[in-house]
Write a new protein. Structure first.
Length: 269
């Protein structure tokens, strides 16, 4: 990246509390986490033995959704709450199908920002900004200042495993609506959200573990998650538990979990 890109000063890393981004990295088999994150994850694992599998399912859904959108002609992506870089990042998937695709990653975790900046140092069509998912106007303002995304053309906005860190008081639906108002016809919305479908004890364990983290988790019923697609027409097969959204050939759905729910919607014209 050139010097014309916005500069940022990451806050110090808090090693006294687990970070959702670093915990997720641990779930995916990454190396960018600390003992406090591993301890929190291991406590969840006692009641949620499928924990690591659910993270893989969420990531696999993200990859499938981006491939579908890139093949349909979308070449602009905004990934909100991107998390730590891993195999098959949005810009890698999109650009493999549609070279020149533009991607803006959004996160507020200092470790995420450090690694993302290092990964993208030579990228001209992809960048990362420091912002909070709960502040859509700030995100949109920063993106417009970059002039990397053209909001007069279709764009895909991705909320994968991030809206469940937004409380009801913070109104996740209003955040989605704010982005919807900025999106051109033909744009798409991608949502992956944790649910309460796995059962009471597991959900209680998950909720308690994240209550001690830098961001608490707010799992919701599938019907509530589907309501976030207001104003969008859901692509087949609609809003479903993620393993059932256009599974790859040979996917073992008998072992699939129901921890995450979501889909892909196209902005109604």
């Amino acid at each position: 990246m050139g010097d014309d890109r916005p500069r940022w000063n990451p806050p110090p890393v808090d090693l006294t509390r687990p970070s959702p981004a670093r915990m997720y990295d641990y779930y995916l088999g990454g190396k960018d986490h600390f003992q406090v994150d591993r301890d929190a994850a291991e406590k969840i694992l006692r009641d949620v033995p499928e924990l690591f599998q659910t993270a893989q399912e969420n990531r696999a859904f993200l990859r499938r959704a981006v491939r579908v959108l890139a093949r349909s002609g979308i070449d602009q992506f905004i990934d909100i709450g991107t998390g730590l870089p891993t195999e098959g990042n949005v810009h890698e998937i999109a650009q493999a199908i549609r070279p020149g695709s533009r991607v803006v990653y959004v996160d507020n975790d200092p470790v995420v920002l450090t690694h993302a900046r290092a990964l993208l140092v030579d990228e001209r069509s992809t960048t990362v900004i420091q912002a909070d998912a709960r502040e859509p106007d700030d995100i949109l303002g920063q993106i417009r200042a970059l002039r990397l995304i053209d909001f007069d053309r279709p764009v895909a906005v991705l909320f994968c495993a991030i809206l469940h860190f937004v409380s009801d008081d913070e109104d996740p639906a209003s955040i989605v609506r704010r982005f919807r108002a900025a999106m051109a016809p033909g744009s798409h919305l991608v949502i992956a959200h944790g649910t309460r479908s796995a059962g009471g004890r597991a959900v209680g364990t998950m909720t308690d573990a994240y209550r001690k983290a830098t961001a608490s988790v707010h799992l919701r019923d599938p019907e509530r998650i589907e309501s976030f697609f207001e104003g969008f027409e859901l692509l087949p097969p609609g809003a479903v538990h993620l393993p059932w959204w256009r599974p790859d050939p040979g996917a073992d759905l008998e072992r699939a979990t129901r921890w995450h729910f979501g889909g892909v919607g196209r902005l109604k014209e």
